[in-house]
Design a protein around this ligand. Sequence first.
Ligand SMILES: *Cc1c(COP(=O)(O)O)cnc(C)c1O
Length: 397
Amino acid sequence: MSRSLDEFARGKLAPMEEAGLRRYLSVTERTDTIEVMRDGRRFISFSCNDYLNLSQHPALKQAAIEATRKWGVGSGASRLVTGNHPLLPELERRLAAMKGTEDAVVMGSGFLTNSGVIPSLMSSRDLVLADELAHACIMVGSRLTRGAEHRFKHNDLDHLEYLLKAHRGDHPRCLIVTDGVFSMDGDLAPVHELAALAKKHDAWLMTDDAHGIGVVGAGGRGSSFIGGSKAEVPLQMGTLSKAVGGYGGYLCASKPVIDLIKTRCRTLIYSTGLPPGVVAAALKALDVIEGDPEYAARPLKKARRFTRRMGLAEAESPIVPIVLGDTERTMAAQATLADAGYLVIGIRPPTVPDGTARLRLTFTAEHADVDIDALADLIRHKVLAAPETMATGGTAG
Ligand SMILES: *Cc1c(COP(=O)(O)O)cnc(C)c1O
């Protein structure tokens, strides 16, 4: 009976295999801040989103262990039933304070947050305008509204305003949504300008700070806090899965909005609350981030050391792309760097647009300067010096 299903799966995979786009999962052990083990080999990783290396921090491990001893490994139910253990409201208070909002809500992951929050606020009569490079889960959330969706050209305020003028009048409500820090390019959204446009056209602005919290903006408060004054962003979402070191997603907003999300958001209501140990670790992570602004600034400093040495536009975040264009060439570059002991994962379509396959490097607080310099020199001499490929620093700069 299942033969047709297996044939279907093989038939789908074959052309992807052909195009070098089939994906494989590699078992990877992370037991140290920057080193990983794969296939029996040790690498220095430039591909973890653990920007502050907090996933390995002794105080976070200790907090997770203690909370697990006290309350168990799981929360036991949805937060609306019995899964709302005492650490969750405490974490929400801390996140709201950090982001300068009245309230916050924490749920299973960043993906669940975007795919649940957007359709909780927007209906089939409404309009969602998203940056074309916004994360896949923003696109999923937008699609679930069953309303009108348009993508504006990456960070292009003129194109966004053109779309607002063309479509805003046809819909009762409009949401503008973007990554605050772009996950595959490392550049920043013009958050202040987006906030002004949203205000002018009576639209709501939502930013995804998955790669912003902990590492950009004053004290690691995120992309709304870059450049002195705080940008007016009524919907600030993010993840606890990257710089915060653990797992989970959040939305920071006004109290009425958070109350509505707790009542309507299906990915919160129909999904189990985060485990106590995960939440305890996130609370400890916020202690570290807020207690040591110099530490929170380190990943960006490391990325800038790399872009200076490479002669690229200055990094705006801890993410730096080396766009090679061609998929095969990108995977060959990944292998070249692996031979030298560096794990730098190649990113291929459809994660990035066709023709923009790239090495995506992430810099973390604990990376040693000597390794950063050695990697930069290796990329310049062994990857970029090879003929037929013109590399660029991606869309950043
Ligand atoms: C990683 C990521 C997410 C998803 O967060 P998870 O907690 O890993 O589910 C959402 N948005 C962006 C921009 C991301 O990079």
